[in-house]
Write a new protein. Sequence first.
Length: 244
Amino acid sequence: MHDDLPDGSGAGRRLLAGTLVELADTLGDDGEPDAALRRLAGRCVRLTAVAAAGLLLADEHGDIRVIGASGEPARLLTAADGPGPECYRSGADVGVADLGRPLDPLPADFARRALAAGYVAVFAIPVRHRKEVLGALVLYRTTAGPLPAETAAVARALADAAAVGVLQRRTRRHHQRLAAQLQSALDTRVPVEQAKGVLAERWHVSVEEAFAHLRAHARAHRLRVADLAIGVITGRTHLPPPGP
């Protein structure tokens, strides 16, 4: 990439570096986790010679949606059945250098709408980390012809950084869910163990017998074992001893 942005500001390298860091480091963005992703399309336009861009991402269930776009025409086109969804499904680059050709590989409706919006070429690059495809970065040009190698390299770097950031956030959410589940299990297990000990000592039975009676009582009265156990150890609930 040249040092200059397309507008000649001379801040290209700094903007690219800052954007890559923002995309990859999303762990501190709890308040607005998609902010950097929403900015990506606009940054892509500034950093390359494309006229517009849109970012399409799949959620953890595989449903795809537009996260950001440099303008409303690009947003509508990116959401349509076209290069973005095809790129996501295939995991491969999708590109049409001239939408005016009669046999281009995109749906005719997409080509017609893109041409009506002033775009004559469209390219989609996978947002991917290794073999996991998360979405697509779609680029729109107002001149026909293949995507310049320099533009493709910058767009691919941005797409790769976005993939890293998305996966980092998803991994953290997964770990948080696991931690919450483990804590919930611990919060349930501790009072049950305490109640088993209390009842075993009170009734002069084994811990296993005390637990069996505790569980049977909970089932008979449609209670959670953990709730019944808390009642036992706090003295709110008095269980009758097991029969002979």
